[in-house]
Ligand binder design. Structure first.
Ligand code: G1P
Length: 290
Protein backbone atom coordinates (compact mmCIF):
# COMPACT_ATOMS: atom_id res chain seq x y z
CA UNK A 1 0.00 0.00 0.00
CA UNK A 2 1.14 3.54 -0.66
CA UNK A 3 -0.51 6.94 -0.50
CA UNK A 4 -0.92 8.34 -4.00
CA UNK A 5 -3.92 10.71 -3.80
CA UNK A 6 -4.08 14.12 -2.13
CA UNK A 7 -7.16 16.26 -1.54
CA UNK A 8 -6.80 20.05 -1.60
CA UNK A 9 -9.88 21.87 -0.27
CA UNK A 10 -10.13 25.08 -2.30
CA UNK A 11 -13.81 26.04 -2.26
CA UNK A 12 -13.52 28.68 0.50
CA UNK A 13 -14.51 32.28 -0.14
CA UNK A 14 -11.22 33.79 1.03
CA UNK A 15 -13.00 36.36 3.19
CA UNK A 16 -9.79 37.27 5.07
CA UNK A 17 -8.36 38.56 1.80
CA UNK A 18 -11.28 40.55 0.36
CA UNK A 19 -11.63 42.49 -1.88
CA UNK A 20 -8.65 40.90 -3.71
CA UNK A 21 -10.34 37.48 -3.52
CA UNK A 22 -13.63 38.75 -4.96
CA UNK A 23 -12.33 37.92 -8.44
CA UNK A 24 -9.06 36.00 -7.84
CA UNK A 25 -9.23 32.86 -5.66
CA UNK A 26 -6.77 33.09 -2.77
CA UNK A 27 -5.24 29.81 -3.98
CA UNK A 28 -4.13 31.60 -7.16
CA UNK A 29 -2.54 34.63 -5.48
CA UNK A 30 1.08 34.70 -6.61
CA UNK A 31 4.06 33.76 -4.52
CA UNK A 32 6.51 35.66 -6.73
CA UNK A 33 5.63 34.11 -10.12
CA UNK A 34 3.61 30.99 -9.25
CA UNK A 35 0.20 30.57 -7.61
CA UNK A 36 0.30 29.41 -3.98
CA UNK A 37 -1.70 26.35 -5.12
CA UNK A 38 1.18 25.25 -7.37
CA UNK A 39 3.59 25.25 -4.42
CA UNK A 40 1.21 23.04 -2.44
CA UNK A 41 0.91 20.65 -5.40
CA UNK A 42 4.72 20.59 -5.73
CA UNK A 43 4.96 19.68 -2.04
CA UNK A 44 2.53 16.77 -2.54
CA UNK A 45 4.31 15.53 -5.68
CA UNK A 46 7.60 15.64 -3.76
CA UNK A 47 6.05 13.25 -1.22
CA UNK A 48 5.12 10.72 -3.93
CA UNK A 49 1.54 11.87 -4.67
CA UNK A 50 0.47 11.42 -8.32
CA UNK A 51 -3.24 12.28 -8.12
CA UNK A 52 -4.59 15.59 -6.79
CA UNK A 53 -8.29 16.10 -6.07
CA UNK A 54 -9.10 19.79 -5.84
CA UNK A 55 -12.36 20.43 -4.00
CA UNK A 56 -13.51 23.55 -5.79
CA UNK A 57 -16.56 25.77 -5.87
CA UNK A 58 -18.27 26.43 -9.20
CA UNK A 59 -17.92 30.14 -8.38
CA UNK A 60 -14.11 29.82 -8.80
CA UNK A 61 -13.67 28.68 -12.44
CA UNK A 62 -10.21 30.27 -12.71
CA UNK A 63 -8.76 27.43 -10.62
CA UNK A 64 -9.67 25.02 -13.44
CA UNK A 65 -8.47 27.54 -16.02
CA UNK A 66 -5.01 27.38 -14.44
CA UNK A 67 -4.75 23.69 -15.38
CA UNK A 68 -6.29 24.00 -18.86
CA UNK A 69 -4.02 24.11 -21.89
CA UNK A 70 -3.54 27.68 -23.14
CA UNK A 71 -2.60 27.05 -26.81
CA UNK A 72 -2.61 30.70 -28.02
CA UNK A 73 -0.28 31.73 -25.17
CA UNK A 74 2.04 28.80 -25.80
CA UNK A 75 2.17 29.44 -29.56
CA UNK A 76 2.92 33.11 -28.94
CA UNK A 77 5.71 32.26 -26.47
CA UNK A 78 7.27 29.80 -28.94
CA UNK A 79 7.11 32.23 -31.87
CA UNK A 80 8.69 34.97 -29.75
CA UNK A 81 11.60 32.78 -28.68
CA UNK A 82 10.37 32.12 -25.14
CA UNK A 83 10.37 28.33 -25.45
CA UNK A 84 11.45 27.89 -21.81
CA UNK A 85 8.30 29.57 -20.54
CA UNK A 86 6.16 27.67 -23.09
CA UNK A 87 7.61 24.43 -21.72
CA UNK A 88 6.95 25.58 -18.16
CA UNK A 89 3.28 26.25 -18.93
CA UNK A 90 2.91 22.92 -20.73
CA UNK A 91 4.37 21.14 -17.70
CA UNK A 92 1.59 22.38 -15.37
CA UNK A 93 -0.25 19.32 -14.14
CA UNK A 94 1.77 16.96 -16.41
CA UNK A 95 3.50 15.03 -13.63
CA UNK A 96 0.26 14.59 -11.70
CA UNK A 97 -3.35 13.78 -12.51
CA UNK A 98 -5.68 16.62 -11.47
CA UNK A 99 -9.34 15.85 -10.66
CA UNK A 100 -12.06 18.17 -9.43
CA UNK A 101 -14.79 17.61 -6.87
CA UNK A 102 -17.29 20.31 -5.92
CA UNK A 103 -18.38 21.90 -2.67
CA UNK A 104 -20.85 24.60 -3.60
CA UNK A 105 -22.16 25.08 -0.08
CA UNK A 106 -19.17 25.67 2.25
CA UNK A 107 -20.12 23.95 5.51
CA UNK A 108 -16.66 23.40 7.00
CA UNK A 109 -13.44 21.48 6.41
CA UNK A 110 -14.98 18.10 7.27
CA UNK A 111 -17.70 18.68 4.69
CA UNK A 112 -15.10 19.77 2.09
CA UNK A 113 -13.06 16.59 2.52
CA UNK A 114 -16.28 14.52 2.40
CA UNK A 115 -17.03 16.01 -1.04
CA UNK A 116 -13.93 14.18 -2.38
CA UNK A 117 -15.16 10.73 -1.25
CA UNK A 118 -16.16 9.34 -4.68
CA UNK A 119 -13.01 10.62 -6.36
CA UNK A 120 -10.62 9.33 -3.67
CA UNK A 121 -12.14 5.85 -3.41
CA UNK A 122 -11.31 3.29 -0.75
CA UNK A 123 -7.66 4.03 -0.01
CA UNK A 124 -5.58 6.23 2.32
CA UNK A 125 -5.17 9.78 1.07
CA UNK A 126 -3.44 13.00 2.04
CA UNK A 127 -5.15 16.34 2.70
CA UNK A 128 -3.23 19.59 2.21
CA UNK A 129 -4.80 22.90 3.23
CA UNK A 130 -3.63 25.33 0.55
CA UNK A 131 -3.54 28.36 2.88
CA UNK A 132 -0.47 26.86 4.46
CA UNK A 133 2.89 26.73 2.72
CA UNK A 134 5.60 24.50 4.20
CA UNK A 135 8.30 24.70 1.55
CA UNK A 136 9.27 21.06 2.08
CA UNK A 137 7.83 17.63 1.26
CA UNK A 138 9.67 15.95 4.13
CA UNK A 139 6.81 16.25 6.63
CA UNK A 140 4.15 14.83 4.28
CA UNK A 141 6.50 12.10 3.14
CA UNK A 142 7.19 11.04 6.77
CA UNK A 143 3.43 11.13 7.48
CA UNK A 144 2.71 8.82 4.51
CA UNK A 145 5.32 6.36 5.85
CA UNK A 146 3.71 6.37 9.32
CA UNK A 147 0.24 5.78 7.81
CA UNK A 148 1.55 2.82 5.81
CA UNK A 149 3.42 1.30 8.77
CA UNK A 150 0.65 1.78 11.38
CA UNK A 151 -2.44 1.41 9.17
CA UNK A 152 -3.98 4.47 10.85
CA UNK A 153 -4.46 8.16 10.16
CA UNK A 154 -1.68 10.70 10.75
CA UNK A 155 -1.71 14.47 11.31
CA UNK A 156 1.12 16.99 10.94
CA UNK A 157 2.00 18.70 14.24
CA UNK A 158 3.86 21.80 15.34
CA UNK A 159 4.60 23.03 18.85
CA UNK A 160 3.55 26.67 19.35
CA UNK A 161 3.22 29.01 22.35
CA UNK A 162 0.27 27.83 24.45
CA UNK A 163 -1.37 31.26 24.28
CA UNK A 164 -1.81 30.88 20.50
CA UNK A 165 -3.44 27.43 20.36
CA UNK A 166 -7.10 28.45 20.26
CA UNK A 167 -7.06 29.10 16.49
CA UNK A 168 -6.21 25.45 15.81
CA UNK A 169 -6.94 21.78 16.34
CA UNK A 170 -4.99 20.66 19.45
CA UNK A 171 -4.04 17.08 20.34
CA UNK A 172 -3.91 15.06 23.53
CA UNK A 173 -0.73 12.95 23.19
CA UNK A 174 -0.99 9.31 24.30
CA UNK A 175 2.75 9.08 25.05
CA UNK A 176 6.12 10.68 24.40
CA UNK A 177 7.26 12.06 21.06
CA UNK A 178 9.83 9.55 19.71
CA UNK A 179 13.19 10.34 18.08
CA UNK A 180 11.53 10.54 14.64
CA UNK A 181 8.95 13.06 15.89
CA UNK A 182 6.17 10.45 15.91
CA UNK A 183 3.63 10.55 18.74
CA UNK A 184 0.52 8.46 19.40
CA UNK A 185 -2.61 10.59 19.80
CA UNK A 186 -5.41 9.86 22.26
CA UNK A 187 -7.77 12.70 21.31
CA UNK A 188 -8.09 16.04 19.51
CA UNK A 189 -10.15 19.17 20.05
CA UNK A 190 -10.94 21.97 17.59
CA UNK A 191 -10.16 25.54 18.67
CA UNK A 192 -10.19 25.05 22.47
CA UNK A 193 -9.96 27.98 24.90
CA UNK A 194 -6.32 28.33 26.05
CA UNK A 195 -7.29 27.21 29.57
CA UNK A 196 -8.87 24.00 28.20
CA UNK A 197 -6.16 23.13 25.66
CA UNK A 198 -4.79 19.60 26.24
CA UNK A 199 -1.27 20.49 24.96
CA UNK A 200 0.74 22.99 22.94
CA UNK A 201 0.81 20.66 19.91
CA UNK A 202 -1.37 21.96 17.09
CA UNK A 203 -2.57 20.22 13.95
CA UNK A 204 -1.11 22.02 10.95
CA UNK A 205 -2.81 21.71 7.58
CA UNK A 206 -1.39 18.33 6.57
CA UNK A 207 -3.22 15.03 7.08
CA UNK A 208 -2.86 11.43 5.84
CA UNK A 209 -6.17 9.69 6.45
CA UNK A 210 -7.53 6.18 6.16
CA UNK A 211 -10.77 6.04 4.13
CA UNK A 212 -13.00 5.08 7.08
CA UNK A 213 -12.81 8.80 7.90
CA UNK A 214 -15.52 9.30 5.25
CA UNK A 215 -18.00 7.38 7.41
CA UNK A 216 -17.16 9.57 10.40
CA UNK A 217 -17.54 12.67 8.19
CA UNK A 218 -20.97 11.48 7.00
CA UNK A 219 -22.08 11.33 10.67
CA UNK A 220 -20.73 14.79 11.61
CA UNK A 221 -22.86 17.29 13.47
CA UNK A 222 -21.93 21.02 13.54
CA UNK A 223 -18.97 21.64 15.85
CA UNK A 224 -16.75 24.66 16.60
CA UNK A 225 -18.06 27.74 14.78
CA UNK A 226 -21.17 25.80 13.70
CA UNK A 227 -19.11 24.02 11.00
CA UNK A 228 -18.69 20.34 10.13
CA UNK A 229 -15.16 20.01 11.50
CA UNK A 230 -12.63 17.50 10.18
CA UNK A 231 -11.14 17.40 13.69
CA UNK A 232 -14.40 15.93 15.04
CA UNK A 233 -14.25 13.09 12.46
CA UNK A 234 -10.62 12.46 13.45
CA UNK A 235 -11.67 12.13 17.11
CA UNK A 236 -13.80 9.15 16.11
CA UNK A 237 -10.78 7.55 14.45
CA UNK A 238 -8.44 8.34 17.37
CA UNK A 239 -10.88 6.63 19.77
CA UNK A 240 -10.90 3.34 17.88
CA UNK A 241 -7.77 2.92 15.73
CA UNK A 242 -4.05 3.67 15.68
CA UNK A 243 -3.74 7.44 15.26
CA UNK A 244 -0.47 9.35 15.20
CA UNK A 245 1.06 12.75 14.72
CA UNK A 246 4.39 13.68 13.16
CA UNK A 247 5.96 16.67 14.90
CA UNK A 248 8.21 19.01 12.95
CA UNK A 249 9.45 22.53 13.55
CA UNK A 250 8.48 23.49 9.98
CA UNK A 251 8.54 26.99 8.64
CA UNK A 252 4.85 27.56 7.98
CA UNK A 253 3.20 30.48 6.21
CA UNK A 254 -0.52 31.24 6.42
CA UNK A 255 -1.10 32.79 3.00
CA UNK A 256 -4.85 33.22 3.56
CA UNK A 257 -4.37 36.70 5.08
CA UNK A 258 -2.42 39.68 3.71
CA UNK A 259 0.38 39.72 6.30
CA UNK A 260 1.05 35.97 6.11
CA UNK A 261 0.96 36.10 2.33
CA UNK A 262 3.45 38.98 2.25
CA UNK A 263 5.77 37.16 4.68
CA UNK A 264 5.71 34.15 2.34
CA UNK A 265 6.35 36.29 -0.73
CA UNK A 266 9.31 38.05 0.89
CA UNK A 267 10.94 34.99 2.46
CA UNK A 268 10.41 32.67 -0.51
CA UNK A 269 11.28 35.53 -2.85
CA UNK A 270 14.63 36.14 -1.15
CA UNK A 271 15.53 32.51 -1.94
CA UNK A 272 14.42 32.77 -5.58
CA UNK A 273 17.35 32.17 -7.96
CA UNK A 274 16.21 34.82 -10.47
CA UNK A 275 14.39 37.42 -8.38
CA UNK A 276 16.07 36.94 -4.97
CA UNK A 277 18.97 39.41 -5.47
CA UNK A 278 16.62 42.14 -6.79
CA UNK A 279 14.16 41.65 -3.93
CA UNK A 280 17.01 41.85 -1.39
CA UNK A 281 18.28 45.08 -2.94
CA UNK A 282 14.77 46.62 -2.87
CA UNK A 283 14.22 45.63 0.77
CA UNK A 284 17.61 47.01 1.82
CA UNK A 285 16.85 50.27 0.03
CA UNK A 286 13.48 50.55 1.81
CA UNK A 287 14.94 49.79 5.24
CA UNK A 288 17.79 52.30 4.83
CA UNK A 289 15.16 55.06 4.66
CA UNK A 290 14.48 54.77 8.43
C1 G1P B 1 -8.15 24.19 10.17
C2 G1P B 1 -8.41 22.97 11.06
C3 G1P B 1 -7.59 23.07 12.34
C4 G1P B 1 -6.12 23.22 11.99
C5 G1P B 1 -5.93 24.43 11.07
C6 G1P B 1 -4.50 24.52 10.60
O1 G1P B 1 -8.66 25.33 10.81
O2 G1P B 1 -9.79 22.91 11.34
O3 G1P B 1 -7.77 21.91 13.12
O4 G1P B 1 -5.36 23.36 13.17
O5 G1P B 1 -6.77 24.33 9.91
O6 G1P B 1 -4.30 25.73 9.94
P1 G1P B 1 -8.96 26.71 10.02
O7 G1P B 1 -7.63 27.36 9.80
O8 G1P B 1 -9.62 26.33 8.73
O9 G1P B 1 -9.85 27.50 10.93
Amino acid sequence: MRVHTAVIPAAGLGTRFLPATKAVPKELLPIIDVPALQLVIDEAVGAGIDHIVIVNSRSKPSIEAYFAESRPVIDKLISSGRGDMAERLQAIGRDVQISFAYQDDPRGLGHAVGCARETVGDEPFAVLLPDELMGTSELLSAMCDVCVSTGGSVVGLKRIPRDDVSAYGVITPAGEVDADGVVAIADLVEKPAVADAPSDLIVIGRYVLTPDVFEAIADLRPGAGGELQLTDALRVQAASRPFHGVLRDVRRFDTGNPVGWLAAVVEIGLEHPTYGPGIRAELERLLRRD
